[in-house]
Structure formats: C-alpha cells, structure tokens
Design a protein around this ligand. Structure first.
Ligand SMILES: NC(=O)c1ccc[n+]([C@@H]2O[C@H](COP(=O)([O-])OP(=O)(O)OC[C@H]3O[C@@H](n4cnc5c(N)ncnc54)[C@H](OP(=O)(O)O)[C@@H]3O)[C@@H](O)[C@H]2O)c1
Length: 252
C-alpha cells in the first residue's frame, strides 16, 4: 500500500487539526492510495465524536455490480474503522454496468444502516436523473470538478442541482493550488480589496452559490487555517458577478 510513515504522521496530524478547527466533512475514496487514505482517516477520527463528523467515501467504477458494491462498502467501513458512512458515492460512471444494479446495492446499504445518504460523482444531469429513477433514496450530492478555472457545471448541472436541492460538491476548488497563488489580476485585486488571500476569494466565490459545498485538500496546517478563513463573510454582489464572467488568464 506504499505506506510512508512520516507522510502518514503528517497527514493524520493535518486531518486531526482540521477537525479541531471545525472542519467536519471528510472526503475520501476506496481508490485513494489504494485504500490507505481511508485507513488514515480511520486513525485520525478515532479520538473524536463520530456523530459530529460527516464522512464521504466512494466506490470505484470497477466495483459497481451488486455484490462488489457491498464488498467495497464493507471494506471501506473496516479501513475507516467506523460503523457507517455518512455519504457513499459512485466515484465515476461505468457504462458497462447497469446503473439499476448499482442503485439497488446502494439502497440495500441504506436499509442495512451502513450508509446514511447516497450520491454520485462525475455524473451528467442525464445520468444523475437515471440513477435517481432507480433508487428509492434521494441522491443528495453530485461531486464534480468546479472552480474559477473549470466552469463545466455552469452549463446545466449547477442550476439542476439548485432546482432539485442536490448538493453540488466542488472538487479541486483551488484548481490543485493554481488559484492559491497571485497572478490572476481580478483575484489579486479582490484579495487586496477584502483583505483576504487569493485562495480565500476563490473558495468564497464557490460557496456564494446556493447548493455548492467545497472540499479543498491540504496537508499544511497554515493552509487549512487559511482555507477556513474563506467562510463566514460575503463579497459584494458586483464582485461575485465579475468573477462569474471574468476570463481567467494569468498575468504572465
Ligand atoms: N470525485 C473525484 O473524481 C475527485 C477528483 C479529484 C479530487 N477529488 C477530491 O477533491 C479534493 C480536493 O481536490 P485536489 O486536492 O485535487 O485539489 P485542490 O483542493 O483544488 O488543491 C489542492 C492543492 O492545493 C494546495 N493548497 C490547498 N490550500 C492551499 C492554500 N491555502 N495555499 C496554497 N496552496 C494550497 C494543496 O497543497 P498543500 O497540501 O501543501 O496545502 C494541494 O497541492 C481531493 O482531496 C479529493 O477528496 C475528487
């Protein structure tokens, strides 16, 4: 599993610090570090009240047959060292497997109290609607790439999620760190205006939209603190609109 003790210690420390700082939504997947990421989450959450945390994990597209889903969920629970998953997602669609079979397995996991809520990731509106038609449980989230540089969800998914009261979970909200640096003129200007950092402006813009939640990743405690500073305040409407329509190109 490619375990690296000092990296593990650093990651567990960052996770624990994030929880202490008040971040309660932890996003992981069976495929991250071949299961090792879930093991680290399991270790990090041990000393906290489980009920106050919200843990999302995902089943990979190679495991979407009924029995495979059950087996994958149980293996995730074991690695996470917990009794239930708050939100279980189909990580990516797989056109070779009937969605109906996967959704039946998801419903079964909810019936068994192993999963509280179900969702999907990287699904189009069409696939999301199809998945919902096969499940008696509401699909509460679609996790997709969304940030100032990647606007695909704005074509139709975002308004669909807002209308249907589905959470749009924005992954790579900092475009893998690109938005956390100076160099985009408007981000630099707004950072100065609001006395915030570029990362805080980029994250605040995402959460200014209804139904959007963010899952920035950081194993650096200073960055965690900084990212938390993205919440609890609002930009003026006109600045949000400028970010909505601004063509994001770097200065240099
Ligand atoms: N569903 C999917 O298919 C899917 C795909 C990709 C990702 N995801 C999820 O989304 C999460 C986030 O995505 P991501 O990690 O790819 O991208 P991200 O959150 O946009 O960016 C993470 C990068 O930004 C850096 N960073 C974070 N905060 C910073 C700050 N304040 N200042 C400077 N640098 C900062 C991090 O480095 P440091 O650690 O050094 O701070 C890291 O290199 C993942 O952890 C994963 O859970 C889901």
């Amino acid at each position: 599993m490619g375990e690296n003790i000092s990296e593990d210690v650093k990651n567990i420390k960052a996770l624990k610090e994030a929880i202490r700082l008040g971040m309660t939504h932890i996003d992981t997947a069976e495929s991250y570090a071949a299961g090792h990421a879930e093991e680290l989450v399991g270790k990090a959450i041990k000393s906290f009240n489980r009920k106050r945390l919200f843990i999302t994990t995902k089943v990979k597209p190679e495991h979407l047959r009924f029995d495979q889903v059950l087996k994958a969920a149980k293996a995730s629970l074991k690695r996470l060292d917990t009794d239930y998953i708050d939100l279980y997602l189909i990580h990516w669609p797989n056109p070779d497997i009937f969605l109906e079979e996967t959704m039946r397995a998801f419903d079964f996991l909810v019936d068994e109290d192993l999963v509280k809520y179900i969702g999907v990731s990287n699904f189009s509106v069409k696939l999301l609607e199809e998945a919902q038609s096969y499940s008696k449980n509401k699909i509460i989230a679609n996790q997709v790439e969304y940030n100032l540089l990647s606007r695909e969800p704005e074509k139709e998914l975002l308004s669909f999620c807002q209308k249907k009261k589905i959470m749009l979970t924005a992954y790579q909200p900092l475009a893998r760190g690109k938005l956390a640096k100076p160099g985009f003129v408007l981000l630099d200007e707004l950072a100065k205006k609001y006395g915030k950092t570029q990362a805080q402006i980029a994250l605040n813009w995402l959460i200014s939209k209804s139904n959007v939640v963010i899952i920035p990743k950081s194993s650096n405690i200073e960055h965690l603190r900084e990212n938390l500073g993205a919440i609890g305040w609002k930009m003026e409407k006109k600045d949000i609109e400028r970010l909505d329509t601004y063509g994001f190109k770097r200065k240099n």
